[in-house]
Design a protein around this ligand. Structure first.
Ligand SMILES: N[C@@H](CCC(=O)N[C@@H](CS)C(=O)NCC(=O)O)C(=O)O
Length: 225
């Protein structure tokens, strides 16, 4: 495992607050593995309301995973902020392109999932759909599938034919986001037939050991199948 090059607080082990099924945590878990950084996990069962426990709210007042402790004075939250901190602290392999236009493009592709689609389907939103509007389980599943499909259509339009990564040849934050989006789409049984370029990039990404090992189903708190 690698020593940090720049962080003042990384004498301590990094602690990733996680939940096996969390797509946002999956993005960070991949980044930690790509960077080869040692970390421990503290799991929080989002189905049991662990995100609302006072102890965890002290780590992230927004009551969401991921959060990363140990590398900075205050816990880091938000997958994009955490991944960019990791990228600046452990610069190789870089997860952002060297040019400004490239960085803007991969950030936009990251936010397509992290800002525009995934936040619409997290447990707190689905719970409110049921509580305020009486949405059935089937309706909330349909809602989630809709947003994953919308995201897939946007990714499909952004990817060139023959691509194996979202941007050029190198793995970037856009790929971490797309990998998480694909896990979510599969969970809500969204078919990829209409998105062949996304499917091709997804297959190439899932073949990478760092991405495969970070898969939600392989995490310690995942239910035994
Ligand atoms: N935009 C945040 C999303 C964080 C988030 O909403 N995480 C979900 C799990 S993927 C969560 O903890 N939800 C708790 C809840 O909905 O109650 C990020 O990218 O880190």
């Amino acid at each position: 495992m690698r020593a940090p090059s720049a962080a003042p607080y990384t004498a301590f082990m990094l602690i990733l607050h996680s939940f096996w099924l969390s797509l946002a945590t999956y993005r960070v878990r991949i980044a930690l593995r790509v960077k080869g950084v040692a970390f421990e996990e503290r799991t929080h069962d989002l189905t049991q309301g662990d995100q609302d426990a006072p102890g965890f709210r002290a780590v992230n007042p927004a009551g969401a995973v991921p959060a990363l402790e140990g590398g900075t004075a205050q816990p880091l939250t938000q997958s994009l902020a955490i991944i960019e901190w990791l990228d600046e602290t452990y610069p190789t392999p870089a997860l952002l392109p060297a040019d400004a236009a490239g960085r803007a493009r991969v950030r936009a592709m990251f936010l397509l999932t992290a800002a525009d689609t995934h936040p619409l389907v997290v447990p707190r939103v689905r719970a409110q759909l049921a509580k305020r509007f009486g949405a059935s389980e089937a309706a909330t599943v349909d809602w989630a599938a809709h947003w994953f499909r919308e995201g897939l259509a946007a990714y499909e339009a952004l990817l060139p034919d023959g691509a194996t990564r979202c941007h050029g040849e190198a793995l970037s934050i856009a790929d971490l986001a797309l990998a998480s989006h694909l896990i979510g789409a599969a969970r809500f049984k969204v078919a990829l037939d209409a998105f062949p370029r996304v499917a091709a990039v997804g297959a190439a990404l899932m073949a990478l050991p760092e991405i495969a090992a970070a898969h939600p189903d392989l995490q310690v708190d995942a239910p035994q199948r």
